[in-house]
Structure formats: structure tokens, C-alpha cells
Design a protein around this ligand. Structure first.
Ligand SMILES: O=C1CCCN[C@@H]1CCCn1cnc2cc(F)c(F)cc2c1=O
Ligand SMILES: [Mg+2]
Length: 513
């Protein structure tokens, strides 16, 4: 059978691998492990996201650039403090042909060290600010952990924005504008709800000042997943790379001094596609939100069989063409499937596997009544639409599917975000596939302890039980939207029973990717 042989509820990771393969989104690059081929249906989704995001950052005066994909160890040296943790992920080129390179070069895992020596050269006066450049490219991080399509790959497509500003306020404003665009990619295109917040000191980008993030939730395993990040780098990188401007408003009598610029960097990757697949897919395969689906409507001829005369078949197929033209004129990405030698049922399965949001069935009986039958991919709901209403009803139905998919996922995430004020309720909540909001002191050491306290111990596992001890919980973000009752400084204690500090905020924790 062409369908999915693994149930999403029973074997989530096996289900996921099978869906992305059988829906023809991905091919494993068997030559080298950890690399994947993105096939047309994935690239269509990525390009839809790219157009949507590109249009909006252009409105923010962000310009596009393309920098080399190799890093010299000299410029890597400049950010050595936080790069050392990443060193195992760096891929190096040491030879060209049969000659060793004098100095090995690293394949970019991100482009700060490639770009910022030139930011230093280009940014002289405050009139050169703000500088806002974005790259659409791919980066390489030689992950040691198990890779999986879209979610963790050794090379992935992303965009990386790198901006420089005169003040912390101007940088901070942009950090949030970009974060809101990331939330828009998820909520408006992928029908995926996200929580907006700030990363804790432990989870933020170590080279930065603060990190804001959009966090997703995977109902199948109750885990949180980082969706995209928008960092304020503060003046950390401008000090490392000497990116300064003359003070535009020196106090009278002061000699001209130089200000280190305030920088941001922000990235969203093809991981977003994996998140969408995991949330919306089902045991028949992919379920695509209409706004990002290459094919929104597939029209399947039914009731055509051996007894149908060639004339009638030809006439019927002409009508399929008319239906398709009507839908295309209405702005719907539609096509029909007249592949010979396959039954309608086979075709239904094939297009369900590929996640096409809406199927229309059209046979001689429908023709006689000037209707088409429809079947929604997300809910399976069926019905009929009169052909005269197609141009109006189909676009409306597609928008209904888009918002129903979002609302269903939003309801599920909201129901699995549990506000907790008693420590003993935490692990049961995690085991019930929830993420939790707890009063927390936000200190790194305390977070380490919370992770340890919530990691199942080997001896707890039933003797001989193969299951790995349950994963501890990490902080996901400090939600901008804080639950009631608001944490009052010095009143509520940090929920970690071994921590004496007061809570600073409600912090979202969960098992995570
Ligand atoms: O996350 C983003 C958004 C886009 C621009 N970059 C930032 C920070 C990237 C953080 N990061 C993430 N991963 C890395 C992996 C490495 F091998 C390495 F040398 C450096 C890094 C590294 O700096
Ligand atoms: Mg990483």
C-alpha cells in the first residue's frame, strides 16, 4: 500500500519519517548522513514563506546581501568565547585538490564572523546607521545528535538578518518587529500557534545580550520546540569586531568619542516545515494548510468506467478542464487527476497522503445536477457545491480550512500550557503531555537543578524496562504574556523546592526538541 503504515499516536518519530518521505517532501541523502534533499513540495512551502517574509522585511528597509560561505579561523578567533561551545559543529575544508590549504577554512554555521569585519569597515558615521542586511542561504552545523528531516539537519536553509543601530532602543524595537513576523509565518501561513517570549540566560544565544523567541508545541509528545529567534546582540559583537561610529551628539567640550553600535541578528529556518508536518499530519499522511499548499484543490473524475463511451469520457474530461479554469480564475491552485489505470479510491489515498487540503469529486451524476462533491482533508467533512458557486465557495472554504486548522492547534496548545504553583504537580503535568508555566527565579544554576529534578532516574525505570528515563524539562521562554496572578517581586518563591530565591517571572518549561 502506498499509505502510511505507522500510526502517529503509536510511533511518532517513525510516522514522521514515513510521512515526509511518502509525501515526497524529502529524500535522504544517502551519500552522507545528516543531509536531506528538499523536493518540490517542500521548496514550494519554503518559497511561499520566503516571499511572505521578504516582502515584509523590505518594508522595514532590510536589504539583501550575499557573503562567502567560508570563515577564516582568524575571524572565528574574534568570537572565540561563545564559539568554543560550538567548535564540534564546525565543518572544515583543509584541502583543495591534492594540496593542503595553508590555512583551513570553516564552512559557515552562521555568518556573524563573515559579515562583521565588513560592518566594521562600512559603518563609520551614525549616518551609516541603521545598517540592515539579510541573507537567504544555507549553513552547516555538523550535529552530533541524531538528525531528522527539517528539525535537525547538518545543512539547512534559513535566512539570517544582521542589523546595526545607534541605540539600544532602536535595536530593541526591531528585535520585536522581526519576532512578530516570525510569529506571522507560523500563525498566518503554517496555521501553527506560537508563544512569544524571551529566552532565559541559560537558553539565550551566549554571544548575545538577550534572545527573543517564538515557541511551538507538539501535541503528539507534549514537547516544546523553538520556532525562530530574534536576538539583540547588544554591543558584544561591535566590541569584538570594532564596529563604532562617532558620537553624533557629543556633550559640549567633550572630545569626539566613538560609540559601539547596537546589533541584532535573527533567523528562521526550514525547521518551520517540520513543525507544521508534526502538528497537522495524521495517519493518512500530510495535512497542508491551504495558504502554503502548492496544490490547494485536486479534482478527481468518478463514475467513469469501461462502460463509459469514449465520447462521454472526452466530454467529461472537458468539463474537468472547465472546473479547473474556473478555480484558477478565482485564484485557486487547482488541478485534476486523470491518470489512467488508477481507481478514484487509489487517487483519493494518494492526494490525502500528499496533504492536498481539498478534494473535489466530479462524475456524470454530479454533472447531471451541476454540482461537485467535496471532501476536506483536515476534518474529512464532505458535501456538495453547485458549480455556479465554485468561484466564490471554494476560496471561502479554503480560508475556513486554514483558520480551522489554526484554531484547532491553538486550542490544543492553550489546553496543554498549565499554570502550576505546586512543585509536585510538575512531573504529572509533563507526563500528561503538557508544558508548564511556573514561578521561577530565572537563574541558570536553578534551571540546571530543575532539569535534574525532572529527569527520570534509571533506578525509577521498572527493572529491565527498555524505556529511557523520562527527559528533564528545560526552560522554553519567559512569555511576554504573563499569566495571572502576576508575579510580584519578593512575594512569590521560585517553584524549585531546592531554591531559596524569589520568583522573577512565570517561566514556561517543558520537555523539548
Ligand atoms: O541564531 C541566530 C540567528 C541568525 C544569525 N545567528 C544567530 C546566532 C547563531 C548562534 N549559533 C548557533 N550555532 C552555531 C554553531 C557553530 F558551529 C558556530 F561556530 C557558531 C554558532 C552560533 O553562533
Ligand atoms: Mg545547535
Amino acid at each position: 500500500i502506498i499509505g502510511i503504515t505507522v500510526s502517529k499516536a503509536e510511533n511518532f518519530s517513525g510516522w514522521y519519517q514515513e510521512v515526509v518521505l511518502k509525501a515526497e517532501m524529502i529524500e535522504y541523502y544517502n551519500e552522507i548522513s545528516g543531509f536531506f534533499i528538499l523536493r518540490p513540495s517542500s521548496m514550494y512551502i519554503w518559497n511561499t514563506i520566503r516571499k511572505w517574509f521578504q516582502e515584509r522585511i523590505e518594508a522595514l528597509d532590510v536589504e539583501e546581501a550575499s557573503f562567502p560561505m567560508f570563515l577564516s579561523s582568524k575571524s572565528l578567533e574574534k568570537e572565540k568565547d561563545h564559539v568554543e561551545g560550538f567548535a564540534p559543529e564546525l565543518a572544515w575544508v583543509t584541502k583543495a585538490g591534492d594540496k593542503d590549504l595553508e590555512v583551513p577554512v570553516a564552512v559557515r554555521p552562521t555568518s556573524e564572523a563573515v559579515m562583521y569585519p565588513y560592518y566594521s569597515k562600512w559603518i563609520r558615521s551614525h549616518r551609516d546607521l541603521p545598517l540592515r542586511l539579510n541573507q537567504w542561504n544555507s549553513v552547516v552545523r555538523w550535529e552530533a545528535k541524531q538528525t531528522t528531516p527539517f528539525l535537525r539537519a547538518r545543512e539547512f536553509l534559513w535566512q539570517e538578518g544582521h542589523t546595526a543601530h545607534l541605540t539600544e532602543e532602536l535595536a530593541g524595537e526591531e528585535v520585536l518587529q522581526i519576532l512578530e513576523l516570525y510569529a506571522g509565518v507560523y500563525e498566518q501561513l503554517l496555521a501553527v500557534p506560537v508563544v512569544r517570549g524571551r529566552k532565559t540566560e541559560k537558553e539565550k544565544f551566549a554571544g548575545g545580550y538577550y534572545t527573543t523567541t517564538v515557541e511551538g508545541y507538539i501535541p503528539s509528545n507534549g514537547r516544546g520546540i523553538q520556532g525562530a529567534t530574534s536576538h539583540c546582540l547588544g554591543q558584544n559583537f561591535s566590541k569584538m569586531f570594532d564596529i563604532t561610529v562617532e558620537d553624533p551628539a557629543p556633550k559640549a567640550g567633550d572630545k569626539a568619542k566613538h560609540i559601539h553600535v547596537w546589533q541584532n541578528s535573527w533567523g528562521l529556518s526550514t525547521r518551520v516545515i517540520g513543525v507544521m508536518v508534526m502538528i497537522h499530519g495524521d495517519d493518512k499522511g500530510l495535512v497542508l494548510p491551504p495558504r502554503i499548499s502548492k496544490l490547494q484543490v485536486v479534482i478527481i473524475p468518478v463514475g467513469i468506467n469501461k462502460s463509459t463511451t469514449p465520447e462521454d469520457k472526452a466530454k467529461h474530461y472537458d468539463q474537468l478542464q472547465e472546473l479547473k479554469d474556473t478555480l484558477k480564475k478565482a485564484g485557486v491552485r487547482a488541478d485534476y487527476d486523470i491518470r489512467d489505470g488508477y481507481t478514484p479510491a487509489w487517487k483519493f489515498n494518494d492526494w490525502e497522503l500528499k496533504g492536498v487540503p481539498l478534494r473535489l469529486e466530479y462524475g456524470p451524476k454530479d454533472a447531471a445536477k451541476s454540482v461537485v462533491s467535496f471532501a476536506r482533508r483536515d476534518t474529512g467533512e464532505k458535501g456538495t457545491i453547485s458549480i455556479s458557486d465554485l468561484a466564490k465557495d471554494i476560496p471561502a472554504l479554503l480560508e475556513t480550512i486554514q483558520s480551522d486548522m489554526y484554531n484547532k492547534a491553538e486550542k490544543s496548545f492553550r489546553a496543554h500550557r498549565i499554570v502550576i504553583s505546586k512543585w509536585e504537580e510538575v512531573i504529572p503535568a509533563l507526563d500528561a503531555k503538557n508544558v508548564v508555566l511556573i514561578p521561577h527565579c530565572l537563574k541558570e544554576k536553578c534551571e540546571d537543578k530543575v532539569k535534574d529534578l525532572t529527569t527520570g532516574k534509571q533506578e525509577d525505570a521498572e527493572a529491565g524496562e527498555m524505556k529511557a528515563p523520562s527527559m528533564g524539562m528545560k526552560s522554553l521562554c519567559i512569555p511576554f504574556e504573563q499569566p495571572e496572578p502576576k508575579i510580584v517581586k519578593g512575594e512569590t518563591k521560585c517553584l524549585n523546592p531546592e531554591c531559596e530565591a524569589f520568583a522573577e517571572a512565570w517561566c514556561m518549561f517543558g520537555r523539548s526538541y
